[in-house]
Design a protein around this ligand. Sequence first.
Ligand SMILES: [Ca+2]
Length: 409
Amino acid sequence: MNSTPRFPTGSRSGPIVAGLAALALWGCASPPPPAAAPMQGVPPSPGMQAAPGSGPAAQPVEPAPAAPVAVPVPVPAPSGPMPAAEARRAFVADMAGRGLDAARVGVLLDQAKYSETVARLVLPPSSPTVRSWPRYRARFIESRRIKEGIAFQEEHAQDLARAEARYGVPASIIVSVIGVETFYGRVTGNFRVIDALATLAFNYPAQARSDRSAFFREQLAQFLIWCKETGADPLAVKGSYAGAIGLPQFMPGSLRQFAVDGDGDGRIDLLASPADAIASVANFLVEHGWQRDQPVFLPVRLPGDPAALVDGGLKPTLDWTRLQAAGARAPKVAGMSDAWMQWPLAVIDLYDGATGTTEYRVAAPNFFALTEYNRSYFYATSVTDLAVELERRGRVASRVSQLNTPVDK
Ligand SMILES: [Ca+2]
């Protein structure tokens, strides 16, 4: 095994982060319960916050299987979780079929440690707090995160400008994603990725509402393949409790598919290279539908009760004709083109359980590129609102503020 970890292992202290998912990232530094399901189809919500430190050292992932070899392995019910030993055997066989050395994979799995902390953090909080958009928003749109975001933006202005020019994603949005995910790299997670992924791949908590072990087995596979491809030490790479890696908290599958080399040194390092992280966030968003020069929200005046216009999904299903028929009014913004009237649109709801009120906004396609990063209206709106604040208060040309700011609430 290669003893040179690709990512610096750690040193970052503080709360761990966690994340989202579908094929990609999880992440996020700490938001309260998410508004919608997390991203990339899998993990729960954004910002599931892990506890500081990397959890108690644990027991082996595999409780030694006692069954003699000759005993047939029971076939798991299609909908139920696969027994750990069987899942592991199938995993090793699958890895061998994908070009990895089976014995080596077995040795690595033997060294992976079950983490009770990981298993606990992947579950919803035992005492859920009231879902509140203002409370969620306040965790990210606050003075320290704005101040440090402006500093990050100034420090990495060149890399951001390059990424913005190439991908068409505003620097403020890129900075905001990194700010929400890891507080600009301050909180990237201190769990060994192999421990986190093996725990969730083979011992996914039985009390979970749905079994996501298959997703994590694939992420573990992607992680091991990525380690082989890059020479990273699978026992050294650290990340969130969900196995998300680096400043932008990419899951291993996204790391392999969407991460790019922003600083041109020939390798991709999402933890040590902010330039790589910046370009990778932009590339991820573009690959998930981000449109250059389009806003996230439109300052459309909605009818009195827009609730019926909300479908709660992760794709825009309305258009201006339908919104107008429902009583929506077009914004009057000087210099604003009406090209947006041809875009697919959506009305999104941001509920405050504390007051029973809801804020509605009209989302453009770029909003849904952000929800690919994390499947949550709260998440995508917070990223946008933080970006707006970074533009308002930072010393960069504003590109999105105007149209991102809803005129009506
Ligand atoms: Ca690089």
